[in-house]
Design a binder for this molecule. Sequence first.
Ligand code: HEC
Ligand code: HEC
Length: 354
Amino acid sequence: MYRNRMLRVSIPLVAAILIGGLLWLPSLAAEPEQAPKPPVGLPPVQWPEDNLYSAAKVELGRALYFDKRLSSDSTVSCASCHAPDKAFTDNAPVSTGIKGQKGGRSAPTVINRAYSTLQFWDGRAPTLEAQAVGPIANPIEMTNEKTADAAYAAVIKRLDGIPGYVQLFEKAFGSKEISVDRIGKAIATFERTVLSGNSPYDRYMLNPSDKSALNESQVRGMNVFFNKAACDSCHLGFNFTDGSYANIGIGMDKPNPDLGRFVVTKKEEDKGAFKTPTLREIEHSGPYMHDGSLKTLEEVVEHYDKGGIKNPQLDQRMKPLNLTRQDKADLVAFLKALSGQGWQQISAPAKFPE
Ligand code: HEC
Ligand code: HEC
């Protein structure tokens, strides 16, 4: 009798504890690590399901990003062309890779790339992960190997020989394996923490009665931007881009122009179209445009005021703007109000893995 009653009580109890435990354990294991909150004016970063945020991945990604040993002759890192002290660009019209080779396009900033899927001026990389491993296999940028496979094999072998890296890969991914996929994931995770928000413009949007956020010229320039010049027909939203492509005539007066998006889609209307870049930190990321052909923001404004450079595929939204001298000065002042905070805290590791 006695033993029976014990059983009757304990079986449901044990079952409850077991089921409860089973429910509770995986929920603990699956709880994703929280990424730091983005600065004012930016929404939360959408972390890809197969590459969620973790501090360990950021640490590894940061080391890889700044490490010149990712290039064949240890002379070039990602930061050579996307440097923190130059707002994550190189402030040159076109970039210089290994052995002093020049590429054909200007290095865009890495800041706020977290908010875009398509990468490169022509959008040929579908994710930051895919983009991040491109330069390692690019013979102008980082490798002297003949094929991408050989370039990746060489980088993996080099990293495998550095115990400090093997340890970082284990911390970030749970095992010692070093692969192209993991290199891409780690660098992309680091890149998604390179943000710019909390600019004077963001503070103004938060509280338009805050007279200290934008000065009078910047408020007028904001009006020109959104109304008279309608820059926001392409540079829109919190990151000042529609995430699309447009031909605004840059380089289209040259004998063999870079055809941009056309190279990817082969569609006639995409000839000379390039991705609309973010305008955040624009004051710090010149020279401007895919070919670095415009040196100053004043030159950029003149380009738009003229209605761009005529060519068969010129975007219909490009028209002469008839801006006054005051409008132009105000517009430039407004563009400078898009310089913010976040990315300045990021620097190279004090010591690289050994
Ligand atoms: C030799 C200079 C150079 C090196 C080294 C280099 N990049 Fe770039 N990067 C560029 C240039 C130039 C472009 C634009 C190319 C294009 O659009 O065709 C670019 C494009 C990008 C973009 C796309 C940005 C956008 O707005 O679409 C990202 C992200 C990026 N690079 C990250 C990296 C990372 C990560 C590394 C290291 C693994 C790296 N880069 C190494 C010059 C360089
Ligand atoms: C039709 C769409 C469109 C409109 C309208 C437009 N832009 Fe752009 N903007 C672009 C594209 C596309 C690029 C890159 C073009 C290239 O490199 O060939 C660009 C580039 C820029 C750049 C250089 C960015 C960099 O990183 O090099 C600045 C600055 C800029 N635009 C400001 C403005 C301003 C100010 C206005 C309004 C007067 C404006 N844009 C209107 C599409 C547009």
